[in-house]
Design a protein around this ligand. Sequence first.
Ligand SMILES: Cc1cc2nc3c(=O)[nH]c(=O)nc-3n(C[C@H](O)[C@H](O)[C@H](O)COP(=O)(O)OP(=O)(O)OC[C@H]3O[C@@H](n4cnc5c(N)ncnc54)[C@H](O)[C@@H]3O)c2cc1C
Length: 433
Amino acid sequence: MTEETWDVVIVGAGLSGLSAAQTLRKRNGKLRILILEGKDRVGGRTVTQELPAAHGIDRWDMGGQWVGSTQTYVMDLIQEFGLEVYTQYTTGKKVHHVGGPHAKVRTSSTSIPALSTLVLLDLSQLVWKIDRLSSTVSVEDPMKTPNAQELDSMTLHSYIEKHAWTEEMKEEMGVCSRVVFGMEPNQMSFLYFIMYAAAAGGVLCLLESTPGSAQEFRVKTLDCTAALCPQGGTQQLSERLAQQIGRESVRLGQAVTAIWQDAERAKVMTATHSYLCRAVIVTCPPHLAAKIHYQPALPIQREHLTQNMPVGHLMKFVITYQMAFWREKGYSGEIVARPSAECPLSVTFDGTSPSGSAALVGFISGVQAYNWSSRELSERRDAVILSLVKYLGEEAASYIHYEEKDPLGRHGDGHQVVWLHGWGNSVRSEGSP
Ligand SMILES: Cc1cc2nc3c(=O)[nH]c(=O)nc-3n(C[C@H](O)[C@H](O)[C@H](O)COP(=O)(O)OP(=O)(O)OC[C@H]3O[C@@H](n4cnc5c(N)ncnc54)[C@H](O)[C@@H]3O)c2cc1C
């Protein structure tokens, strides 16, 4: 086994690992930095794929896609690389189908959801309470939040049960938890939830596509004939970071299996190589970080965290069409749906590309992903299309291409899909969905 010496070894070439390398390089250009990536590509949970579309082939993000103006680090990165964003299409009616098995399908053309007056009042009081608590959270170190232990010892589910007035609002919060985190409310620490909301600028910012919200912009695919950007979409951020850091500093197909450390140095091992260094930065999601063998063992709190952090489950689909028929019918393409035996999807949005290739993008998440992921792709696809026909009309059945990505599925990446800004936070399980 060959052995090389570096200053810093970074595990994982997703946005976190590559940004860490870029930050270190900016601070000290002489540092010898090596990034080890288990897969055969950079980008991690951002992955951009070519799909058959109305004008031939176009590109869509099958992982992370939206950015918002409150996400200042990624917006700075986009600007640094001279990339452009474009606004998420939101014009027209939004479809809302939540509120128990007998709920009516409702539509609304404003950012206010189509809810009854009582449920709207319930929403306002609950969001007010959660946002007030969020304003006390230390985003950098949530355990420094007043009453952190108490907030961390309850789940989002137990908080909602106590503070929501209506059954419909409880169901709405379930949808929120599912579409944002891929988790059921009983799987998530309430402290984690409010920390996440605080980082986003408030609960509603997590859910909406309005200015300042998490679904505000998408990254344009620019100049994709250039070698710099073979993928386009959000994956080009990682491609460009890797280019800037130096391709020779990024080794693909090198899954780290063990990290040993003594007082002077660390040794990072893969199946074929070992690397000596002064510092190691591990950027893989907690459940994958837990698979690395550490010597000496990690502090007990850290082990406890990685062993107890449930894996969110978000399956993403993109469906391409000849034309954006929903726009012509006055729909925005946004659908929010409750889990049911017939309908796998939780949420959809207009996914039309900047060059005008019509598409819908959506998610099967949380308990729906759990129930549907083991079925055949054709079964899931047909059920998604049937649901779209129900909500948007017959035209939904005449699609060009259906593509899906299940990061936890048989052909997936096996990665956690929770949208984490800082993954050292506590998430607790009250049982699987
Ligand atoms: C379907 C989906 C949709 C999403 N949509 C959005 C969105 O619209 N907006 C948004 O802000 N976020 C979104 N996210 C989340 C966002 O993509 C992630 O938060 C972000 O990409 C995480 O980057 P990361 O570098 O921290 O982790 P990752 O991207 O997971 O990178 C970790 C890297 O470590 C590698 N690795 C793991 N174990 C090892 C090992 N032992 N040795 C070496 N390498 C290893 C992995 O292969 C991976 O490349 C979405 C995620 C998914 C899955």
